[in-house]
Design a protein around this ligand. Structure first.
Ligand SMILES: Nc1ccccc1C(=O)C[C@H](N)C(=O)O
Ligand SMILES: [Zn+2]
Ligand SMILES: [Zn+2]
Length: 214
């Protein structure tokens, strides 16, 4: 039985990782370094709750929303469908997914980029129309994952897509790296760090090919 391929769909978190304009830059300082009388390397990490590939908690977009430590883990582990949409769209509209999401799809990942902008922040990322969130919830989708850094446009003040997610009680992954991953069905594993009271948490997101039938 061959090993099932693992697709690493996570951003490398490192000094200089592009972050949301004005957000906390990632920093890593050595608080201990291996040397005479010191057997270890230890680091202090400074980062935003939304650094890299992460899961939003409802607390991020609702003051009374649950924090990252309370997220339902079943959302972040299990069968998922990956679909590509044309790069450069301002928003994914219902028509872009017409007939492509089988009813009963629980986890839907959308690749909206031609290639992930690892080197620099790109403000022109693709958002989701609130109507698309409504459509997906109606089909049974319970987790939406995107390569974009947000479900809403960078300058949004109303967060229409996030609030549609809130209304339907859906889960969110943002900042996925989906370059080179073909459309299709996979097993998603992307468990949020148990940051008990935070508004979001980093994940190590991977896809695994499904077991061969028969
Ligand atoms: N750091 C921020 C500061 C202000 C407003 C948004 C952000 C975000 O990171 C967006 C977030 N990833 C989101 O879930 O939409
Ligand atoms: Zn976020
Ligand atoms: Zn978000």
């Amino acid at each position: 039985m061959g090993e099932r391929r693992i697709w690493d769909i996570s951003q490398p978190v490192r000094a200089g990782i592009p972050v949301w304009p004005g957000d906390t830059a990632y920093a890593e300082e050595r608080t201990w370094s291996i040397g005479p009388g010191c057997p270890v390397t230890v680091s202090r990490l400074t980062l935003s709750s939304h650094t890299g590939t992460h899961a939003d908690a409802p607390l991020h977009y609702a003051a009374d929303g649950e924090p990252a430590g309370a997220l339902d883990l079943t959302r972040y582990l299990g069968p998922a469908l990956l679909l590509h949409v044309r790069p450069g769209l301002p928003r994914v509209e219902p028509a872009h997914l017409d007939g492509r999401v089988p009813p009963g799809t629980r986890r839907l990942l959308l690749r909206t980029m031609g290639s992930f902008p690892h080197a620099a922040w790109d403000s022109r990322f693709t958002a989701l129309a609130a109507e698309t969130v409504d459509l997906l919830a109606g089909l049974g989708v319970r987790l939406i994952g995107v390569d974009s850094p947000s479900l809403d446009p960078e300058d949004s003040k109303t967060l229409d897509a996030h609030h549609a997610v809130r209304r339907h009680g859906l889960s969110i992954l943002e900042g996925l790296v989906l370059d080179g991953v073909p459309e299709g069905a996979y097993e998603l594993i992307a468990l949020p760090l148990k940051l008990a009271t935070a508004d979001a948490a980093p994940v190590r997101a991977i896809l695994r090919d499904l077991p061969r039938q028969g």
